[in-house]
Write a protein of this length. Sequence first.
Length: 389
Amino acid sequence: MWGWLIHPEKPYTWGFIGRVGLKAMILFIIANGLFMVLQPMDFISRLSLYNVVFDGRVRLPYAGSDSSQSYAVTMDNIPAMIASHQVARPKADDEFRVLILGNSGIWGFLLPPQQTLAPQLNDMNYLLADGRRVVAYNLAYPLPLTLRDLLLLDEAMRYEPDMVVWLVSMTSFFLPSQFVDTMVINNRDGVSQLIDNYELAISLSDIKFPEHNFFGQLASSQQALAELYRNQLYGMMWQSTESDLFIEAYAPLSNDLEEDVTWGGFEPFVPLVEDNLFFNVVDVGYTISGDIPLIVITQPMFIATGANSDVLYNNDAPRWAFDSYRALFTQLAPQRNWHYCDLWDALPNEFYTDTPFHINSEGTGELARIIGEMMTDYMEFGYLGRECE
């Protein structure tokens, strides 16, 4: 079959080989140049075998610290991430579609996908008065970053949600941490749109976006294409195993805390004020959501009772900082017409695993019940229910 190539009629010469190599190089440059000019990545990213050949993922792809044992790819391509998710499937006529945003505790760290918040809520089969089924989708992602959540929400709005539930913590509103997240710094256009379209109160100059020359952009595009390919390839493993992240053994939380009351570089025991926290993201979230309801929830957390618990709730929350955060949120919510619920102490300590915000399957089920009742109460009666009073 390949005899014409292996045994040509005339022997190959160095000149012939050089001409072939030069033509190949020119074609390579032209192809990559066209890619850089046309910028088709946004279109390509939304082409997916998920929800067509493979089932959509239950949560956004994340490979953890050891990607060799995970059937997922950690990426910063938000359209591709959401296109691989169940939320990208067609919306059923009787579906009340709910997007859930949050950090790793809501994403379901140390839990298999089927035991995370959205699937457990869906298993409870909530129905609205008009007969629509409540169907929740887990769009949370590791790390408490509200700016990243806005990027995810902005993209997910194209999939016709009817409600957004956004679980946050005090750390979610710490502004400096927003600017070093890779998903933020690798989505300059998305951040720019949030600033231009929704009056996000930051400047592009606040973030150190990567600066690439032509060849740097080319290398970045090739890496993004490789991640897209791997994400599709892992769909086969996801389909057959329904597993994405390898669940490692962990050291349980200690009830005794370190004696460190600092937080965010602010002066300890001086109450936080509104300008210390990035509450503007909540206003932007409401603007993005438009006419659909957005419920913002301070998520449950571990509350220590051992050493140094008189000055700290846990190692992430000094009492002086967290108490002022809660007071600010409670004050701002009615002023800005936010639908807000404070569930900070809603779960007992035995539900927590390795961090103050990671909860086990049983605790996740209890949180799902609370949120399910909250959503249905709001849609039927216009209030968030007894858990938020």
